[in-house]
Design a protein around this ligand. Structure first.
Ligand code: SF4
Ligand SMILES: [Zn+2]
Ligand SMILES: [Zn+2]
Length: 308
């Protein structure tokens, strides 16, 4: 197998591009794809301060590394979710990456700072773990960006993630979600801009990027993900991709080009007037924001549970 660019020995094939790459040209491809996504969707401007949500996994560490390689100013944010060994290990990888490169990693620990962990808190609040987790992550990313004066929050969602979310939203015709499923969510009403620079890279590519760059990352998936719908949608799309390479790309980018604007009104309809949360000051539609309501329900039983 030869590199399509230089004809040297290739280390990876990317069937979607019908091409093979040596290490050097594969790393260049990854950087070029991220630079193209940033440019096409106006994600970042030179001089802006970015906060990368880092989980210790391949995607978030790859996007942090690529942004730095492309010359952007990017700090990391690690959220300790209190998910047993998984959280301990993922934190170790995130910290090691930052320390080895002398980078700034902001840390927020859900159990220490807010009095609950995801598994127990979700049970107490009668929510699915991923629902309590997603809500907490969104709130804490926004909050950390506001406090730190960052212009933009960067997440490591890749093409596989976005195609799977799109697939789920289409299967259930979630028009409001479809209206918001964009690689850039502009800043509004006290929320920072959110961007997904990895939308042009698949997860096999982000994993290969990390291996070739010598980036150690947590390989295990979060134990809470087992059996969730998102993994089912990914598996279904992988089966299609195996026989028709490029389908995921066409599905997601075709949606962005030709269909997403048709759902903009559905997303807009949800927009209510925002005011500061009475407890934490974050912008919210109600009196108290959803995160503070979760803390109210989850933190007390967890604390009592610990005392027993
Ligand atoms: S799988 Fe669910 S619980 Fe685990 S990190 Fe993701 S959203 Fe949170
Ligand atoms: Zn090459
Ligand atoms: Zn609040």
């Amino acid at each position: 197998m030869k590199c399509t660019v230089c004809k040297g020995p290739a280390v990876i094939d990317v069937r979607r591009h019908n091409a093979n790459f040596c290490a050097e040209h594969f790393l260049r491809l990854c950087r070029d794809q991220v630079a193209k996504a940033i440019k096409d969707f106006t994600m970042l401007q030179p001089g802006e301060r970015a906060l990368v949500a880092v989980s210790g996994g391949k995607d978030s560490l790859a996007v942090w590394d690529i942004l730095l390689e492309l010359g952007y100013q990017a700090d990391g944010l690690y959220l300790g979710l209190g998910i047993g060994d998984y959280s301990d290990t993922s934190g170790t990888f995130a910290r090691a990456f930052a320390t080895e490169r002398d980078l700034t990693l902001v840390e927020v620990d859900l159990p220490t700072d807010h009095g609950f962990d995801i598994p127990t808190g979700a049970r107490a609040a009668r929510r699915a773990p991923c629902s309590a987790c997603g809500l907490s992550k969104r709130h804490l990313f926004d909050d950390a960006a506001r406090r730190g004066g960052y212009d933009v929050v960067v997440t490591g969602h890749n093409l596989d993630d976005e195609a799977a979310v799109l697939f789920g939203n289409v299967l259930h015709w979630q028009a409001d979600y479809l209206g918001r499923q964009l690689p850039v969510l502009p800043a509004r009403d006290g929320f920072p801009r959110k961007v997904k620079p990895l939308v042009r890279l698949g997860e096999r590519e982000t994993a290969a990027y990390c291996v070739l760059r010598g980036i150690d990352y947590i390989v295990e998936e979060c134990p809470m993900a087992a059996g969730n719908k998102h993994l089912g949608y990914k598996a279904a799309l992988n089966a299609v991709e195996a026989t028709s390479p490029g389908t995921k790309h066409d599905f997601y980018f075709g949606f962005l080009d030709r269909a997403s604007h048709r759902f903009a009104a559905d997303a807009g309809a949800e927009r209510e007037e925002l005011r500061p949360c009475a407890t934490c000051g974050a912008p919210t539609t109600g009196e108290v924001c959803a995160f503070c309501r979760l803390v109210e329900r989850a933190a007390v039983p967890v604390a009592l549970g610990r005392r027993r």
